[in-house]
Design a protein around this ligand. Structure first.
Ligand SMILES: [Zn+2]
Ligand SMILES: [Zn+2]
Length: 315
């Protein structure tokens, strides 16, 4: 399913089987998760350095030849030489190349990937259940780490990422407060099932102040909303790759050492740490599957916010 032009639906296409270059492996795709970043790439809000491109960066498949089951995440390649790479921050690499934006991804039957950036998939997970771990889980986990030891944690936007983070946060003994679109009672019930002690609309105040909040919804107006729900010294973590503009707000909301920060991409160390932790929690992913040919339907449903948990395409 090919993205030929941004702001157009994906189109089915017959491409030649990709050929792995040096250091790359050819992967038979079994499942590929659908991420909000795919929507941002399609909408032109995130740059794709090549078009047409095959989107999709939560790939689970087997390596042709060895049969090893691997996962391919968003971070597809880094230079290893820039100041970020040399200081353990390869997520910020100046020349990083991203799966499904700079190189073809997993909305396809085959893909190629740099084997140094593939992860082994924990055997406890089926292909479909594992797919959302690779971005929703990984970026969610990195975002959770950026909240430090926050005890009262707010999650704004209860989609694929939050449904995983809520489980990890509960496992770590944190208290989770979930915010959905106002009136989304199904989403609020889902959050409570996954351990949130309180769930409400993003226009509501939580019953007590939060030590940190993670914003998964790409809505800039939630930044001042979340700041206003923080206790002193609290942090707002913006987990998305794109967000609408943040409206101006009184300095008082930031005062008392509150912080706003973003989280960008992932490192391989994040992936190794999270994929070791997930089966111990254990994280259970809720997925809705679609045949590859129905990728546009899955993307539309994600856009509409009507996916419970994560959407996964079956190749
Ligand atoms: Zn680099
Ligand atoms: Zn993603």
């Amino acid at each position: 399913m090919l993205l030929q032009h941004q702001r157009e639906p994906l189109r089915p296409a017959e491409l030649p089987e990709p050929r792995p270059g040096p250091g790359q492996v050819l992967i038979l795709v079994h499942a590929c998760g659908v991420c909000r970043t795919d929507l941002h790439v399609m909408d032109g809000e995130v740059r794709a350095s090549r078009l047409p491109v095959v989107c999709g960066h939560q790939i689970v498949g087997t390596v042709e030849g060895s049969g090893e089951r691997v996962g391919v995440p968003w971070l597809g390649w880094t230079c290893g030489e820039c100041r970020y790479c040399r200081s353990g921050r390869e997520n910020l690499c100046d020349r990083a190349r991203f799966t499904g934006a700079d190189r073809d991804g997993g909305f396809a039957e085959y893909t190629v990937a740099d084997e140094r950036f593939c992860f082994p998939i924990p055997e406890e997970y089926g292909d479909v259940e594992a797919a959302p771990l690779l971005c929703a889980g990984l970026i969610g986990y990195r975002s959770l780490r950026m909240t430090g030891d926050a005890e009262r944690l707010g999650l704004y936007g209860f989609g694929a990422s939050a449904h995983i983070v809520a489980q990890v946060a509960g496992h770590q003994g944190r208290r989770v407060f979930a915010f959905t679109k106002p009136g989304d009672v199904d989403g609020q019930a889902f959050a409570r099932e996954l351990g949130a002690e309180w769930a409400g609309g993003s226009d509501e105040r939580p019953p007590e102040d939060l030590d940190a909040a993670i914003l998964f919804a790409p809505a800039g107006e939630l930044v001042p909303t979340a700041l206003a729900a923080l206790s002193k010294g609290g942090t707002v973590v913006c987990a998305g790759i794109h967000m609408t503009d943040i409206p101006s707000f009184p300095y008082e909301l930031l005062w008392s050492e509150r912080r706003i920060r973003s989280v960008a991409n992932l490192t391989r160390a994040d992936g190794e740490e999270f994929l070791a932790l997930a089966p111990r929690v254990p994280v259970r992913t809720e997925v809705e599957t679609f045949p590859l040919a129905e990728a546009n339907e899955a993307l539309d449903r994600l856009r509409a916010g009507s996916i419970r948990g994560a959407a996964v395409l079956l190749a």
